[in-house]
Ligand binder design. Structure first.
Ligand code: SAH
Length: 368
């Protein structure tokens, strides 16, 4: 076993966790705040750079800790400026993270798991199977790496202003580590993003959604994709366990535990030609969401090899949008970005070493 294996990774700590760690070694908790700033505001990769930390504490940390983020193995840039990084983890698995620059913002799409267990039929991550949850360090490490790389971009520095947990994996099935990472994203001593700018996207793992409502204020996106159970059962198999009626009830409850930021749900709806994109589907969707403060995000399907689905035509998407708009909803059709480098929604793949664990993981969800 190498030295690094036994050392703690400072990127694995939440702010509170680091305070507890310092208390346990007889240090003052305010040291944790100083170090969180070094790690996540200045993104240093060595304890030596932490000049306001005493020499003995720096020595202790050098002996007992590392600062270890996922390693970039590939950095692809699309014609439209989208970046996709393939990041290698310590165990040889790899994940993907995407940066989408726009005029007024820069959005980082962050992964939460190696692969995914949910098996949504239109998603290429699903085809990879599932290996494991990411650690806190591997989740926040994606932002850490992206920020450092974008700052140093020779074509001009870019800022990550928004984070969406819409990369590989189901964030609510990796609850604790995702919460730790989200807290760091929103911590003024770390990345300082506002709650409005950090979005968790879920297929609807209801017990975890209930827990989230009591745990953290964050923007919520829900992958609905169908207006009835018969169709959703086919597209999002998790629906067989948590059907639409229960999902909508839980979302209403989530909004009732209201804070200033938590004022609507964003519904994601992938547009699949001839599957879920009819006028009748749009009317049904308008009907089931009635009374829930909602924004609807239509996502043109992004194809991948061997998929049986096709993207709805632009005319169809416009018609679908118009029906919802006429029913009073705010509807946004998501722009497809980074297609030339397979960086669009549902195209993230990475490298999943042992895919066989999906069955075990899914069985666990089924039982829970
Ligand atoms: N597990 C989370 C995050 C997944 S990815 C969730 O289900 O919400 C973020 C979004 O991309 C989800 O809405 C997902 O359903 C959608 N998506 C997956 N595959 C897609 C594809 N091929 N084309 C377009 N959107 C896709």
């Amino acid at each position: 076993m190498s030295d690094t294996v036994k050392k703690v990774n400072l990127l694995d700590f939440s702010h509170e966790g680091l305070k507890a760690y310092f208390t346990s070694i007889g240090e003052k908790p305010f040291r944790a705040t100083q170090i969180i700033k070094w790690l996540h505001q200045l993104n240093v990769d060595s304890v030596d750079q932490m000049t306001n930390i005493s020499k003995p504490l720096r020595q202790f940390l050098t002996d007992n800790a590392v600062i270890r983020a996922p390693e970039i193995v590939m950095d692809q840039q699309s014609a439209d400026g989208t970046h996709k990084w393939l990041l290698r983890l310590d165990d040889g698995n790899a994940i993907e993270t995407v940066f989408i620059p726009e005029d007024d913002r820069g959005t980082l799409c962050v992964s939460s798991q190696v692969g995914c267990a949910l098996d949504c039929t239109f998603c290429s991550t699903a085809r990879q199977g599932f290996n494991r949850n990411l650690t806190t360090a591997e989740i926040i490490g994606q932002l850490w790496v992206a920020k450092r790389t974008l700052q140093a971009d020779p074509k001009g520095a870019r800022v990550v202003s928004n984070v969406v947990m819409m990369g590989m994996g189901e964030p609510l099935l990796n609850f604790d580590n995702v919460i730790n990472a989200l807290r760091l994203m929103m911590d003024d001593n770390a990345y300082g993003l506002s709650k409005r700018r950090v979005t968790l996207s879920t297929s609807g793992v209801l017990p975890a959604l209930d827990r989230l409502a009591d745990t953290l204020d964050v923007s919520l996106a829900v992958s609905l994709h169908a207006p009835n159970d018969a169709l959703r059962d086919q597209l999002v198999p998790l629906n067989r366990k948590y059907p639409i009626k229960d999902l909508l009830a839980m979302c209403r409850q989530f909004l009732e535990k209201k804070t200033t930021e938590r004022n609507h749900i964003t519904w994601e709806y992938v547009m699949l030609d001839g599957i879920n994109d009819s006028d009748a589907n749009a009317h049904e969707l308008a009907k089931i969401l009635k009374g829930i403060p909602s924004k609807i995000n239509l996502i043109p399907f992004n194809p991948f090899p061997e998929t049986r689905y096709k993207r709805s035509s632009n005319n169809r998407i416009h018609r679908f949008r118009d029906i919802l708009t006429e029913a009073g909803y705010t509807v946004i059709t998501r722009k497809t970005r980074g297609e030339d480098i397979d960086a669009a929604c549902g195209q993230l793949a990475g490298q999943v070493n042992d895919k066989s664990r999906r069955e075990i993981h899914f069985a666990r969800i089924e039982r829970s």
